[in-house]
Design a protein around this ligand. Structure first.
Ligand code: ARG
Length: 281
């Protein structure tokens, strides 16, 4: 009897232990599933793009002629020369292009989390950013200027005349640094969207807006009450490149080949001319 009982107890214990082991295995599996994110992180961006048959672009479409919203046949579309470059990259990869429009200062984080596969957003390849992402070769350079009310066209003759001025700059951009470093005593207002800063400028809340010159010209063309200051030079030659998540050299190589192709046959120049014309329409 006692033997039988202890036999039962042993049997029950074996069953319990066995099921615990199963649960344990289950957990181990789950852990793997959770870190499946991490095994996915190990998976290169290129593999992810090929598996899903699409590449997701992150951009901030407030930057004409690079990327901007335009009504085309009554439909809101994101256009610009960066978008054309992105389309060519998708074409060379043989995948679909999906565009995600977001705030400029959220783009690098979106790359990091895998929310987007590449960023084409008139992004300057700064040393600081190179610490967190990989860049393609530079495909464009921009100079910096100041967008001001047309009424103030000749008010500022040199940077010294900008002392203590209220100026705007897009949050997280090179222009924010330019405003702070080059204009003595500047009261710098930063906002996520350039379109909102343009409104601030039109309403007299700020006196100037630091922008890359082609962008300032595009906004000036669309808004006759605004002008690129003809006398203010805020810096020259910032190289623009495409960003991908760090550690994706293979993807960078493919993008560089596309950039080479577009630069060699002057397609890129044509993209820039067309986008500039479209932004000034
Ligand atoms: N080139 C500047 C930078 O990288 C500004 C880029 C802003 N781009 C945009 N799509 N709003 O900081």
């Amino acid at each position: 009897m006692t033997k039988k009982l202890s036999g039962y107890i042993s049997l029950i214990m074996i069953i319990v232990l066995f099921s615990l082991t199963l649960v344990g295995c289950g957990n181990a599996k789950n852990d793997q599933g959770a870190s499946g994110d991490s095994s996915e992180e190990v998976k290169s961006s290129l593999d992810k793009i090929k598996d899903s048959n699409k590449i997701v672009l992150g951009t901030s479409a407030d930057y004409p002629p690079y990327e901007f919203h335009k009504q085309i046949d009554g439909k809101d579309e994101i256009v610009g020369f960066d978008i054309e470059v992105a389309k060519e990259i998708a074409k060379d990869l043989g995948v679909e292009l999906e565009i995600k429009d977001m705030d400029f200062d959220g783009l690098l984080a979106a790359l990091d989390t895998g929310n987007v596969d590449f960023v084409v957003a008139g992004m300057t390849a700064t040393d600081d950013r190179k610490k967190s992402v990989d860049f393609s070769k530079e495909y464009y350079t921009e100079d910096q200027g100041l967008l001001i009310p047309t009424a103030d066209k000749d008010k500022y003759q040199s940077i010294d005349d900008l002392k203590d001025l209220k100026v705007g700059a897009q949050k997280g951009t090179v222009q924010e640094e330019v405003a702070e470093e080059k204009i003595e005593g500047a009261q710098v207002k930063t906002l996520a969207k350039i379109t909102d800063l343009v409104l601030e400028l039109k309403n007299g809340k700020i006196n100037g807006l630091v922008l890359a010159i082609p962008v300032a010209e595009a906004y000036a063309a669309a808004n006759p009450d605004l002008t690129l200051s003809p006398h203010i030079d805020l810096g020259k030659g910032d190289g623009i490149a495409i960003a991908v998540k760090k550690g994706n050299q293979e993807l960078v190589d493919i993008m560089n080949a596309t950039i080479d192709r577009l630069m060699e046959d002057d397609t890129l120049d044509k993209f820039i001319q067309d986008a500039t014309a479209l932004s000034e329409e």
